[in-house]
Design a protein around this ligand. Structure first.
Ligand code: HEM
Length: 123
């Protein structure tokens, strides 16, 4: 059986290029979705894309534990609901599929998004 020699999720997913493309696509989907796009009014989306990309890259590269405090702070006052968060997760899964990320790796991202959910919703 052939085994992947790529060790980190970052490498498996396709590195900078794939993660950047997936976050870009994810942000576009969120901005086009009337159920959630009201949260982004007046937000610097270019900077958001950049910071979200860094966030995912550092996790995928070395499993760097997320900074719980920064995540809570970034979403403070937005009052994102559980339903809105689930919409975001679905968009992220679609974006990863579009970028040809393996199903196994998509499942890992999805699990991570479920794990950080309590630090983002209802803040
Ligand atoms: C899916 C999981 C999510 C992750 C990993 C995530 C990650 C982040 C990160 C790292 C930032 C900080 C960016 C910065 O400092 O510029 C941020 C900001 C932000 N996020 Fe999220 N987020 C998620 C879900 C959501 C959802 C569901 C919404 C809204 C429906 C949302 C709306 C925002 C907004 C509006 C900001 C900018 C806040 C500001 O600049 O005042 N996020 N997010």
């Amino acid at each position: 059986m052939l085994r992947s020699t790529k060790s980190t999720l970052y490498e498996k997913m396709g590195g900078d290029e794939t993660i950047r493309a997936a976050v870009h696509d994810f942000c576009n989907r969120m901005l086009l979705d009337d159920r959630v796009n009201h949260h982004f009014i007046g937000i610097n989306v270019d900077s958001l894309r950049k910071n979200m990309t860094t966030f995912f890259m550092s996790w995928a590269l070395n499993g760097k534990p997320f900074d719980q405090f920064s995540l809570r702070k970034a979403h403070a006052g937005l009052n994102i609901t559980s339903e809105e968060y689930n919409i975001a997760v679905k968009h992220m899964v679609e974006s990863l599929r579009t970028c040809n990320v393996d199903l196994e790796d998509i499942a890992r991202v999805e699990a991570y998004l479920r794990f950080i959910k309590p630090h983002i919703i209802h803040k």
